[in-house]
Design a protein around this ligand. Structure first.
Ligand code: F6R
Length: 605
């Protein structure tokens, strides 16, 4: 949820930390802070609100100097957003400062214990216990004190610590929260995400759970949980700084929507050879499974709802899709004959990780569909398929979602081939349609200016509905979420046939209903539902296939998208809805890339 970064080297740390925090701001943005170690003291600056407020404070503080420091941008979990609760947190003796991403579950117990020794706490955060306990444990050996401290912590953490007595040294540790070390020449870094480092170095080392890193300007040493030094491999990042910047777009979200043809291409092309889907990463005997569970959160769950339809249709195996936050506590019935597919853009979502562990404990095999290379979910899964979408910075996912859907479709075709539930002709036709998705996505993007006009027409609806059937319903879920999360308008997705069982009572003159009409097998039924809402005064914006003329007499406005296979409809149909959400939010003056109360990577329960 939060973003952390650190630097030690020969340059002033302040500007480097602030630059890193700006890039990490999508992970949380209710307050931010930096601390530097200078001479034998720790200097600290904090600001409530966005990183830009912290930058203003920094610019007004010329003596904020130091070549070793840590920084944090916060998404509040314990205690309101305020300067006091903002990280870094300082030990009572002023000797240590810490930044932390994650949750310390046993913080209350540790806090009470330390208070008994007379240690005073300043903030309401769980994080402060880390630094106070560290100072309490410190007997001259910085690393030993940290190892002793983390041995007491329960929950999740990625932490960075500096010490007034250890110039130039940063200690970092992780458990169930992402942490990456950046390797430079005479200077080294850490961050919760590569985006914070990529302008400085492309050589990174992924930290694993239980490990501690000792970072100095000259070298980085790694230790396992028992304090034994270990060797780690350097990974070279292939994408450049432009991928983490807006490249002339006003918002990351628009840039990422527009990048979908390339993202789809990157996900599809390496996996198709001679009209066959080749998933080298999967050495799976599909015949061993008698059911599939898909689990994820938010938009990734919506991708899972699409995946359920595609896999069931092609593989004729029962598939369930369930949000991870429910599945993890439901004691689900599954065993070694169950394949669990977990989907996550970030690969760090706490509920998804917990659901995955629960399923594993019941003997299920775990296949992950993940975007971030080396993320926790990718590492924990038995098998991993990467969506090669590139970095996704906007909080609302777009290319993350469409690449998840296409990868699920590719998996379904591949699995159907393995299980012999698909004819040769149908297999080849699906592969061809999948290969054409990037070009069709581009054509859907050509609707950009028309969608903008629609958004300008309908932006002031205070409450609206997305309806559809089958695949269209799965897309309605995602279209509605996209709109509400960035424009703050009330919006609901409904299976079109369910409206008459209650929700239709909310349809009144002028209410906007977005009707998804690309799943042509059920088009007549959806048209009946359009007529029902129109009869009650609703205005209808339809998304339909090019060539569908009938819809023009039913809906007030129509967005026509390229025709594709019914099972692949969601990849194309969601594109005008993403653009619609974007332009409605823009027209309403919302902060599109950083919607209120949300954060990109949800590493808390
Ligand atoms: C919505 C959105 C969220 C995420 C959800 C899961 O636009 O981005 O609903 O889809 O938090 O995140 P990941 O995919 O990182 O597990």
């Amino acid at each position: 949820m939060c973003g952390i970064t650190g630097y030690t080297g020969f340059n002033q740390a302040g500007p480097i930390l602030l630059e890193g925090l700006k890039r990490l701001e999508y992970r949380g943005y209710d307050s931010a802070g930096i601390a530097v170690q200078d001479e034998s003291e720790i200097k600290m600056l904090k600001a409530t609100g966005k990183v830009s407020h912290l930058v203003e404070k920094f610019e007004a503080t010329p003596d904020f100097t130091g070549v070793c420091g840590i920084g944090h941008t916060r998404w509040a979990t314990h205690g309101i957003p305020s300067d006091t609760n903002a990280h870094p947190h300082l030990s009572a003796d002023g000797k240590f400062a810490v930044v932390h991403n994650g949750i310390i579950e046993n913080f209350a117990e540790i806090r009470a214990e330390l208070q008994k020794y007379g240690i005073e706490f300043k903030s309401e955060t769980d994080t402060e216990v880390i630094v106070q306990l560290l100072a309490y444990n410190y007997k001259g050996n910085f690393k030993m004190a940290l190892m002793k401290t983390i041995a007491r912590l329960e929950g999740s953490y990625a932490i960075g610590v500096i010490s007034a007595d250890h110039p130039g040294t940063i200690l970092a540790a992780r458990l169930s929260s992402p942490l990456i070390i950046g390797i430079g020449i005479g200077e080294n870094y850490f961050a919760s995400d590569i985006t914070a480092l990529v302008s400085n170095t492309k050589n990174v080392i992924d930290m694993d759970d239980g490990e501690v890193a000792e970072i100095t300007p000259e070298e980085v040493k790694f230790y396992d949980h028992a304090g034994r030094e270990i060797n780690k491999e350097i990974r070279h990042i292939t994408w450049d700084i432009a991928s983490a910047e807006k490249s002339g777009y006003e918002h990351f979200m628009l840039k990422e929507i527009m990048e979908q043809p390339q993202a789809l291409k990157a996900t599809i092309e390496p996996r198709v050879k001679d009209e066959s889907i080749v998933l080298d990463e999967l050495n799976l005997d599909m015949k061993k499974f008698n059911r599939i569970h898909i689990t994820a959160c938010g938009s990734a769950y919506h991708a899972g709802c699409v995946g359920r339809g595609i896999i069931e249709s092609l593989c004729r195996i029962p598939v369930e899709a369930e949000v991870a936050s429910e599945l993890r506590y439901r004691d689900p019935i599954m065993d070694e004959k169950t394949l669990v597919i977990v989907i996550s853009q970030s690969g760090e979502t706490a509920d998804t990780i917990a659901a995955m562990k629960e399923c594993r404990s019941k003997g299920a095999t775990i296949l992950a569909i993940v975007n971030v290379v080396g993320s926790s979910i990718a590492k924990l899964a038995d098998y991993c398929l990467y969506t090669w979408a590139g970095p996704e910075i906007a909080v609302a996912t777009t290319k993350g979602y469409t690449t998840q859907v296409v990868l699920l479709a590719m998996f379904a075709v591949w699995a159907a081939g393995e299980m012999k539930t698909i004819s040769q002709g149908a297999y080849i036709s699906m592969v061809k349609d999948i290969m054409r998705l990037p070009e069709r996505a581009q054509r859907a993007l050509d609707l950009n200016s028309r969608v903008k006009t629609m958004a300008e027409k309908y932006f002031d609806n205070s409450s609206l509905f997305f309806i559809g059937r089958n695949m269209d319903y799965a897309v309605a879920l995602e279209g509605s979420l996209k709109l509400k999360e960035i424009s703050y308008l009330h919006s609901e997705a409904y299976a079109a046939g369910e409206l008459k069982h209650g929700t239709i009572a909310l349809i009144e003159p002028g209410r906007l209903v977005v009707a998804l009409c690309c799943y042509e097998k059920l088009l007549d039924k959806t048209i009946s539902n359009i007529q029902q809402v129109k009869a009650r005064g609703a205005r209808v914006l339809a998304v339909a296939h090019e060539g569908n003329r009938a819809i023009f007499t039913e809906a007030d406005d129509v967005l026509s998208v390229p025709v594709t296979d019914p099972l692949l409809v969601p990849v194309i149909e969601i594109i005008p809805l993403q653009l619609f959400a974007y332009y409605v939010a823009k027209k309403n003056g919302c902060d599109i890339d950083k919607p209120k109360n949300l954060a990109k990577s949800v590493t808390v329960e």
